[in-house]
Design a protein. Structure first.
Length: 347
């Protein structure tokens, strides 16, 4: 990390071009360029930004959504596909770190997708590729569970950067795993709305309140800065959904909207704020402020009982199949023959 501990960060509080990966990537590139021109060293995008968060999961029964499942699978992207290459090129060209949420396709199945996040460095290299550990509530109807391979903090010249997707920020063990890696900047990514009840009930899920609680709690416990990166429910997405069923307008219009904002290591909101309109917001993080609060309670240092608590985390990338080549089989057979010979000689 450089001696300069001031990091300027940005959130692209924007909507995707709903269910259109090509146009959404082009939109992301334009916002990457704008953030870089304004001096940002890191810019973030929301959960499942490419090609958009599947809000319909909360609106209609799954038996009515087969065509929409096919649509999101079609518009999802591969981690080694051209869309990732375009984002990589934009990060390198503009000398900026980029965090973006994607719906990720699998090379092993034509119908498997993950809710993923990709972090690029300022040279366009992928620093971290994280798949959401567990889709939340109705998200299970779209995305497969991820794994622990992406539960890591990337140590960069602008700070140590970690990320969790949406409801993972409610998982204390996932958060603690990032804390143990000297996390200084924590990115959390969110959908534009997350309906759980009809508006008439009066007690729908409040995205703004819930996300602030989780972001502040993590920053206070980790003594890290927080970036809350949410999407916007724009007119295009609203029209897309209402054209299918006009009765959902009340849900879309009256469900609490998510917001984008920043949190300091004390849990206090800092920097700019965005909720209803598309825009980029900015904040400056003085990473030296992550140190002093550790005196009070460093939960990955002296303020814990490692003789009482023991957390083990698997960082294995889960694959549906493991191939054994002929050469590796021959090596295993040779090893077995040597072992049998050794036992015979010993006898």
């Amino acid at each position: 990390m450089e001696n300069n501990l001031i990091t300027k960060v940005a959130v692209s509080h924007v909507a995707p071009v709903f269910m259109n990966r090509t146009q959404t990537v082009a939109k992301a590139v334009s916002f990457i360029e704008e953030a870089a021109k304004n001096g940002a060293q890191l810019v973030t995008f929301p959960e499942s930004f490419i090609p958009g968060f599947p809000i319909w999961l909360a609106l209609w029964a799954p038996i009515d959504n087969h065509d929409l499942f096919k649509r999101i699978v079609e518009e999802s992207i591969y981690i080694d596909g051209p869309e990732i290459k375009a984002l990589s090129a934009a990060a390198k060209k503009n000398n900026i770190f980029v965090s973006v949420g994607i719906s990720e396709k699998s090379h092993s199945s034509v119908g498997c997708v993950w809710n993923s996040n990709v972090l690029f460095d300022d040279q366009g290299q992928i620093l971290n590729h994280h798949r959401k550990l567990m889709p939340t509530f109705y998200e299970k109807l779209i995305w497969a569970p991820g794994d622990g391979a992406g539960l890591k903090v990337s140590k960069t010249r602008i700070g140590n950067i970690g990320n969790l997707i949406c409801g993972e920020n409610t998982n204390p063990l996932a958060r603690y795993t990032l804390m143990t890696q000297s996390e200084q900047i924590h990115i959390s990514s969110w959908p534009p709305i997350w309906p759980t009840k009809r508006p008439a009930s009066g007690d729908n899920y409040d995205n703004l309140a819930a996300n602030k609680i989780r972001a502040s709690a993590h920053s206070f416990e980790a003594k890290a800065f927080g970036i809350v990166s949410a999407s916007v429910l724009d007119a295009y997405t609203r029209d897309f959904l209402i054209s299918r069923d006009a009765s959902v307008a009340d849900i879309l219009d009256k469900t609490p909207k998510a917001a984008s904002f920043f949190v300091d290591p004390t849990g206090a909101v800092t920097g700019e704020f965005a909720q209803d309109e598309e825009k980029i917001i900015y904040a400056e993080f003085d990473l030296s402020k992550c140190v002093e609060p550790k005196q009070f309670h460093d939960v990955v240092g002296y303020y814990n009982r490692f003789d009482v608590f023991d957390l083990r985390v698997s960082n294995k990338r889960i694959e549906p199949i493991s191939w054994v080549t002929e050469s590796s089989q021959s090596h295993e057979q040779d090893s077995a023959n040597i072992d049998r010979a050794a036992l015979s000689n010993a006898g």
